[in-house]
Design a protein around this ligand. Structure first.
Ligand SMILES: Cc1cc2nc3c(=O)[nH]c(=O)nc-3n(C[C@H](O)[C@H](O)[C@H](O)COP(=O)(O)OP(=O)(O)OC[C@H]3O[C@@H](n4cnc5c(N)ncnc54)[C@H](O)[C@@H]3O)c2cc1C
Length: 139
């Protein structure tokens, strides 16, 4: 794939997000939501450039750090070598950042309602299949 996120030989076709095997500064771009949104913004800028008759820029992924929930009310956050934290505070930051980055009020309200329900009922939206136990399928 080309550095502007289009397919080699097909400058009119772009691939972004989880489908893209993109590289930025020689490193593989991770399959995370910020990479997908940054890819979308980049492609919009490429289309603007095409319409204006100017040249496209190369895609550059800006890594803003990583956060992950690791259990009920617990998360870890890595925002650079000097800013790493975990526990309840990291979970609150994870929650606020994810709500803030959703695109409109409807999505924010829907996510908050879903997460609130899952938190209160202890339900999980994703489960990992880590092996096969005897007698039944592990899901
Ligand atoms: C369990 C889980 C947890 C994750 N947690 C995080 C996290 O905490 N932070 C983070 O940054 N990233 C996280 N990710 C990764 C993140 O979700 C993806 O990197 C991101 O959603 C990729 O965006 P996308 O637009 O490429 O694909 P998607 O978000 O998957 O969007 C693709 C869309 O296309 C639709 N679609 C598919 N086929 C068709 C079709 N034929 N016609 C029309 N529509 C179609 C799908 O319904 C979907 O809405 C997580 C992923 C998973 C699975």
């Amino acid at each position: 794939m080309s550095a502007d996120l289009s397919i080699e030989g097909h400058p009119e076709v772009f691939v972004i997000g989880d489908l893209a095997a993109a590289q930025s500064d020689g490193k593989v771009v991770p399959g995370v939501a910020p990479a997908a949104t940054q890819g979308g913004q980049h492609v919009a800028s490429c289309i603007d450039a095409d319409l204006a008759g100017t040249s496209r820029s190369m895609f550059r992924y800006k890594d803003k750090g990583s956060m992950a929930t690791i259990g009920r009310s617990k998360a870890v956050a890595y925002l650079g070598p000097k800013l790493q934290f975990g526990g309840y505070f990291a979970w609150l930051v994870w929650w606020v950042v994810h709500i803030m980055t959703l695109i409109d009020f409807r999505s924010k309200a829907s996510a908050m309602a879903n997460w609130g329900w899952q938190y209160l009922t202890g339900q999980r939206v994703a489960r990992l299949i880590t092996g096969r136990s005897s007698g039944h399928t592990n899901v």
